[in-house]
Design a protein around this ligand. Structure first.
Ligand code: HEM
Length: 421
């Protein structure tokens, strides 16, 4: 197996060799089993069946049943998202601590409510409709570039480009800086993995500081050149909000922008990469979509269900509480295993089948409740347009090799996917 500089296993092929027996009672995330990434859904099945509430070595609990995740998401006054206590031992007084405890996803009401309201205007139907022609044009442009090529590397040539350009547009930062933003996102979100080596921690801290300096420069530019400000861009709103000083502090706004830029592309990139990979593993589903483009919506839902780009959300019990007949004392930390819930046979008949017409398909890939993904409609639209156009334009795509996945467990990440055009 390849190894990265931090000593952790490197990218792993999606399809492994002979598979040893799984013992769910011995399962841990600190560290996860060596074959966890390629066999994640086998581990999830074993846990969900035998140990749906499973205690890890650090005293936290893994939840894998659909109904249990729904119950936790739906009850934020019992199950808190606030990470100010949890992240202290891991991040200390560092920039990573400042970032992850300031961004809205890790805050509870009333702070969460106040911050989420500020971004509401960026996610209205009108704002989304305004982005739609841009998404079409971007996808057409990438496909034009591929027209004369025999092969493409999906991540670099396609699935990374679209979400990052769209989210840069939304924020109002130059898309030419996308590589910077991608690298920062990988380091900042990568720091949320259960195990964080020292060099990754330091690089993550530098990334937060560099990202803040970058956004401050952008703001300085907008202040000096008001004519460069466009209506609806979040960064322009940041300038105003900073100036009236009412709603959010400058630091809070910088961290929400960093979070949006990160959350808004890394997840969608993986949705596109996993989707293309899974379609190519199931050519009959491509034929179905080409024959009936009306299936684009349900196809995106199935891609999201099948491989949730975010595999784990966390919550902590604010009071003694009951879930699934199990008594959780105050302070219990739970890992909501989205990839396991999305294949719970009590909710999804024949759950390991990839069926682009599956209905109903109430997967949990965008979470649920007050923290439900603010960008879910945008991500869905990106997927519908991207899959539809790609398979329409290139009718006979083939895998050159199975997708390579990173060894991250919180984010299911495709690092390389080569296909023949
Ligand atoms: C396929 C793509 C995406 C997936 C799978 C995804 C997944 C998620 C999940 C699971 C959460 C909930 C976290 C929790 O409850 O703890 C979340 C929250 C969030 N997402 Fe996404 N996301 C995606 C795309 C996007 C995009 C495109 C944007 C913005 C441009 C975005 C912005 C956000 C924001 C702002 C939150 C925090 C919401 C809150 O805490 O109130 N996401 N996302």
């Amino acid at each position: 197996m390849m190894h990265t500089t931090d000593g952790s296993p490197g990218p792993v092929p999606a399809v492994p060799g002979p598979e040893p027996e799984i013992d769910p009672a011995a399962f841990d995330l600190l560290p996860p089993p060596a074959d966890f990434v390629p066999r994640a859904y086998d581990y999830y099945r074993a846990l969900r069946t035998d140990r749906p509430v499973h205690r890890l070595s650090d005293g936290s609990y893994l939840l894998t049943r659909y109904d249990d995740l729904v119950a936790a998401y739906r009850n934020p006054s019992v199950w808190s998202s606030d990470k100010t206590v949890d992240f202290k031992p891991k991040f200390g007084d560092s920039p990573l601590y400042e970032h992850h405890t300031t961004s809205l996803v890790f805050r509870d009401p009333p702070d969460h409510t106040r911050i989420r309201k500020l971004f509401q205007h960026a996610f209205t139907r009108k704002a989304l409709a305004a982005l739609e022609p841009r998404i079409h044009a971007l996808v057409d442009g990438y496909l034009d570039e591929l027209e004369d090529r025999r092969e493409m590397e999906v991540v670099g040539d396609f699935s990374f480009k679209l979400p990052v350009e769209v989210v840069c547009d939304m924020l109002g930062v130059p898309a030419s800086d996308r590589i910077l933003i991608r690298d920062w996102a990988l380091l900042i979100l990568g720091a949320l993995e259960p195990i964080l080596p020292q060099d990754r921690f330091e690089a993550g801290c530098r990334a937060v500081e560099d990202f803040k300096a970058y956004l401050r420069d952008q703001i300085r530019h907008l202040k000096a050149h008001p004519s460069d400000r466009r209506d609806g861009e979040i960064l322009s709103a940041l300038v105003d909000a900073e100036e009236d000083g009412q709603k959010l502090t400058e630091l809070e706004l910088l961290h929400q922008c960093i979070f949006l830029l990160n959350a808004g592309h890394e997840t969608s990139t993986n949705m596109l990469s996993h989707g293309i990979h899974e379609f190519l593993n199931h050519p009959a589903e491509i034929a179905r979509l080409r024959a009936d483009p009306g299936l684009a919506e349900s196809a995106v839902e199935e891609v999201l269900r099948y491989h949730p780009p975010i595999q784990i959300n966390n919550r902590r019990a604010l009071v003694d509480t009951d879930l699934s007949g199990f008594a959780f004392p105050t302070g219990s930390m739970v890992h909501l295993m989205i990839g396991a819930a999305n294949r719970d046979p009590d909710q999804f008949p024949d759950p390991d089948r990839f069926d682009i017409a599956r209905r109903p398909n109430r997967h949990l890939s965008f979470g649920l409740g007050i923290h439900i993904c603010a960008g879910n409609a945008l991500a869905r639209l990106e997927g519908q347009i991207a899959f539809g156009k790609l398979f329409d334009r290139f009718p006979s795509l083939n895998l050159v090799a199975p997708a390579r996945l990173s060894n991250r467990v919180r984010f299911r990440e495709v690092t390389e996917l080569r296909i023949a055009l």
